[in-house]
Design a protein around this ligand. Structure first.
Ligand code: ATP
Ligand code: MG
Ligand code: MG
Length: 368
């Protein structure tokens, strides 16, 4: 089976690493010359809007999927119309637009923050009346890693927030006073079978995911699965989907969904019987899904801006290192490492050391 991937970053790379043992071959449509997935397949270096590249990919691939949600809609539609794309163009298009996404979540009765559309400075006052303060103004399109967001704590900050985002269509959301951020990663096969991995607990800094923990047995697992399944079924979804959640006591509020494999699921490579990457490919290819049970507890730490020294990392017992082969730049995800153990206590000391190395590397200037 030949799989075409829209995008050539680390998610495409980890998909190819998971699919190669299954006998799959990969082709990546990615505009950047140094796409880090390129060495694992054929790289079509072209803009996502290049119609010759679409035709080449459609000829060279039996199925097409994407590793990022910000692929232009006409590109997605081209592959959808040829019966090649999974998940569907609609599932990706809704995730590209935060207002459409929130509307869908609410239609499906998944609790969310209060929200209102903001299309002009004049909309700000009525939006604030709905959300109250504090609130977050977000661009409706193209946001990731917390980019395109402005916090509003006082009414006087509202206009500055609107200007700071470039006066583009936005959404205002009430700030959910969460105790914890969680994500549920689910997969749905072509036959409609759904499976879910144990919840990930996620810690962010500066809008970027730093740490994901899998501690199986969370009492909110069933509720999270119910919400995620509702979304998978409503979208007639095929593949992996990640639903980001805020936990407030025993309630869960949906933040956004990613129509793809997700950073908070990287621990599944070593920490689950079948990884999110393998199951995404199995779903896309119409193969039976693998077991999503965790093998124990896991901790995944991202390396942002600068890779720690690999000797020091590999000195940590049992550490699984993933270096994406990308050049260093502030705020860029360059790699991650995962630790697995039978209990949370067993992991705690080594996880602390891993975080220390990641933080120290990030503080250092990028390598020349
Ligand atoms: P991602 O990289 O996950 O795609 P993103 O840029 O799409 O991020 P969000 O996930 O919406 O942005 O927001 C980034 C982070 O900001 C969240 O993980 C959470 O920590 C915080 N945040 C966003 N919206 C809210 C909210 N309504 N209430 C509280 N915190 C929020
Ligand atoms: Mg997002
Ligand atoms: Mg998010």
């Amino acid at each position: 089976m030949r799989i075409g991937i829209l995008g050539g970053g680390q998610l495409a790379r980890m998909l190819a690493l998971a699919g190669t043992p299954l006998g799959m071959r990969f082709m990546f449509l990615a505009p950047e010359a140094d796409a880090c997935a390129a060495s694992l397949g054929t790289h079509l270096q072209a803009p996502f809007t290049d119609q010759d590249a679409w035709a080449t990919l459609a000829t060279g691939a039996d199925r097409v999927t994407c590793e990022l949600e910000h692929v232009p809609l006409p590109t997605l539609q081209y592959f959808h119309q040829r019966g090649l794309l999974a998940p569907s163009d609609e599932a990706v298009a809704i995730a590209q637009e935060r207002l459409h996404e929130k509307e869908l979540l609410n239609r499906l009765e998944l609790p969310t923050a209060q929200y209102a559309a903001v299309d002009s400075a004049a909309d700000m006052a009525s939006a604030l009346a709905i959300t109250g303060l504090p609130a977050i103004l977000k661009t409706r399109r193209m946001g990731y890693d917390g980019k395109g967001q402005a916090m509003i704590r006082e009414p006087g900050e509202a206009l500055a927030a609107w200007h700071s985002l470039g006066e583009v269509p936005a959404i205002l959301e009430s700030v959910v006073p969460f105790e914890r951020e969680l994500s549920i990663i689910g997969v749905r096969g072509r036959d409609g079978v759904c499976r879910f991995w144990p919840l990930s607990e996620n810690r962010h800094r500066n809008g970027i995911l730093r740490l994901s923990l899998c501690r199986p047995g969370n009492p909110l697992q069933a509720l999270a699965e119910k919400y995620c399944e509702r979304l998978l079924v409503a979208l007639d979804y095929v593949g992996v989907l990640a639903l980001e959640l805020f936990q407030c006591g025993d309630e869960l509020f949906a933040n956004e969904y990613a129509p793809r494999v997700h950073n908070s699921g990287h621990w599944t490579i070593e920490g689950a019987v079948t990884s999110q990457f393998e199951n995404h490919l199995r779903a896309v290819a119409g193969l039976p899904l693998g077991c999503t049970e965790a093998r124990g507890h896991s901790a995944m730490v991202n390396f942002i801006g600068n890779m720690p020294d690999s000797r020091q990392l590999l000195d940590i017992p049992g550490l699984h290192l993933h270096s994406y082969g990308k050049s260093a730049a502030p705020g860029r995800k360059l790699g991650h490492a995962t630790l697995c153990g039978a209990t949370a206590e067993q992991l705690a000391k080594n996880t602390e050391r891993l975080i220390e190395l990641a933080d120290a590397a990030e503080g250092a200037p990028p390598h020349a």
